[in-house]
Design a protein around this ligand. Structure first.
Ligand SMILES: [Zn+2]
Length: 120
């Protein structure tokens, strides 16, 4: 009998993706390079590369913050797997479209609620 609830196999696969993503992000965050202050060696570093170093530092920091946010989302998604609530929109409770979950297994809102949030 066809059912609107997500299939068990598919959930298991998405959960696998989430776990891989979690491990990946944790490894990325464990690599502490981005949190180190820029070391500016005035002797050997010229004006241009000094600017480069600061820009690289800022990019690394932004990447780190993004990874932290992402990790939060992934962890929350895995917690929802535990409670068997995974795959449903947090706002309206409707199942999230399969293609949307495939593309971003950590999404919390269906497309409609997401667009509503973004257009606010
Ligand atoms: Zn929704």
């Amino acid at each position: 009998m066809p059912s609107s609830s997500p299939g068990k196999d598919r959930l298991e696969r998405l959960r696998g993706l989430l776990e891989a993503e979690q491990a990946n992000l944790e490894a990325q965050l464990a690599d502490d390079d981005a949190s180190r202050p820029v070391e500016l060696d005035q002797q050997s570093v010229g004006r241009v590369s000094r600017v480069d170093a600061i820009q690289q530092q800022q990019m690394a920091l932004a990447g780190r913050q993004q990874a932290e946010r992402q990790l939060q989302l992934v962890r929350r998604a895995l917690a929802r797997c535990e409670r068997e609530e995974y795959g449903y929109c947090l706002q309206c409770g409707e199942p999230i479209a399969a293609a949307r979950l495939e593309a971003q297994p950590f999404v919390e809102l269906c497309l409609e609620c997401q667009s509503a949030v973004e257009s606010r």
